[in-house]
Design a protein around this ligand. Structure first.
Ligand SMILES: *Cc1c(COP(=O)(O)O)cnc(C)c1O
Length: 393
């Protein structure tokens, strides 16, 4: 498949086998394949079965990558990639706003493995400044969860070029439709495919893409750790990716409209969306992303009950995951960031009033109406309860 095709075309056509009988591939469930030759032995845990290969081709095409691997989850991709490059005594730099699972992997496993690490603020200068003589990896996640901070990737690449470090970007929030870090000079891109690539809240997988020379060492570890994906999931992913561009483009448009609506609402103190001029990362996002994504977050005014707001939503579901066709919301302080002490959360800007929204592909008008009504109900219930308590004073 030609990389010059636009994303909408690549989404539909990448991974297609020219010799296939139909326009979609067949599902090859075998775990025992006929012996081919000395070089080629197909086996699910060798990450080379036909259905695995199709999905890898699709993601490589969309990211502009030479090679890649898919895994049973995003964390399998992250843990396999990190432990492929890091040995005892090595050091890694991570940005401090990072996916919770990645953070607990670092905090709970790295000491035991003898791997040193630092957390740096969410910007390229801080990440570069944290590099030490034994640093092997600089790891960024942009836009980040849940405040959508943006890291300047070309600056990160420029600042790490003269060092012997591998730059890794978790590109889950952007999806390959909105951002291609490899094209900006980043070495390795990771996805939790459970989110946008899968896109329908019904499967779990992960991907790593890079140049062949960097995939080789990850592949050798992957065979040992065995986080491979089955043919039926591969087939569903192949099907999901065909609509990736149209889903993400719709999510970009919906999210911008919702962010603008929320920014003008009296019950909202602050909106975090890279597509808004007011967002600190807006200029960087505009220069390195082709769309601002479907994730945003906002702070409810102090006098509004976050619980009442969530209960009052009819269309938008309070749910943990993100990146799917249906819109969902969470309160990070009570979900993804619950394990952190309250003071640390406040320091990171994650108050109990912060709501994170994953915008789906529904009609933006209906989503805005749902938010509007829930905000009104949450505001009224606060006023009612105040009058009520006043009566009893
Ligand atoms: C969900 C997520 C992961 C982990 O992916 P799983 O598929 O749940 O293992 C990693 N990074 C980011 C940014 C995520 O949102």
């Amino acid at each position: 498949m030609k990389y010059e095709y636009e994303k909408a075309t690549l989404s539909v056509h990448a991974g297609k086998k020219p010799d296939s009988l139909g326009v979609v591939s067949s599902i090859e469930t075998s775990s025992a394949f006929h012996y081919i030759d000395e070089e080629t032995q197909l086996y699910p845990r060798y990450f080379n079965t036909p259905n695995q290969q199709i999905v890898i081709d699709q993601i490589c095409c969309l990211e502009g990558a030479e090679a890649g691997l898919i895994f049973g989850s995003g964390m399998a991709a992250i843990s396999t990639a990190l432990t492929s490059f890091l040995s005892p005594g090595d050091h890694a730099v991570f940005q401090e706003a990072i996916y919770g699972g990645t953070q607990s992997l670092i905090l709970e496993e790295f000491d035991r493995l003898g791997i040193k690490y630092s957390f740096a603020a969410c910007n390229s200068d801080a990440l570069i400044a944290a590099i030490q003589p034994n640093t092997r990896i600089v790891y960024a996640e942009t836009p980040a969860n849940p405040l959508l901070q943006v890291v300047d990737l070309p600056k990160l690449v420029a600042g790490t070029k003269s060092r012997d470090v591998i730059t890794i970007v978790d590109n889950t929030f952007a999806s390959p439709i909105n951002q291609n870090p490899l094209k900006l000079g980043i070495d390795v891109v990771i996805h939790s495919g459970t989110k946008y690539l899968g896109g329908h809240s019904d499967l779990s997988f992960g991907a790593v893409v890079a140049r062949q020379a960097l995939i080789d060492p990850i592949y050798r570890k992957a065979i040992h750790y065995g986080g491979n994906l089955n043919a039926l999931s591969c087939y569903l992913i192949e099907r999901s990716i065909k609509t990736l561009a149209i889903r993400v483009n719709q999510q970009n448009q919906n999210a911008l409209r919702i962010a603008e609506f929320l920014a003008g609402h009296s019950c909202i103190d602050q909106v975090f969306y890279p597509g808004l001029d007011s967002h600190p990362g807006h200029m960087i996002a505009a220069s390195q992303m082709t769309g601002f994504g479907g994730m945003l977050s906002f702070c409810l005014a102090e006098n509004l009950s976050a619980k009442r707001f969530l209960e009052s939503l009819e269309l938008i579901a309070p749910a943990m995951s993100l990146g799917a066709v249906e819109s969902t919301v969470t309160i990070p302080a009570f979900t993804s960031h619950k394990p952190l002490p309250q003071e640390l959360r406040e320091e990171l800007g994650i108050s109990n009033q912060l709501v994170r929204m994953s915008v789906g592909v529904e009609s933006a008008n209906d989503l805005i109406d749902d938010l509007k009504h829930a905000l009104t109900r949450a505001a009224n219930s606060k006023r009612e309860s105040r009058t009520f308590s006043g009566v009893h004073q």
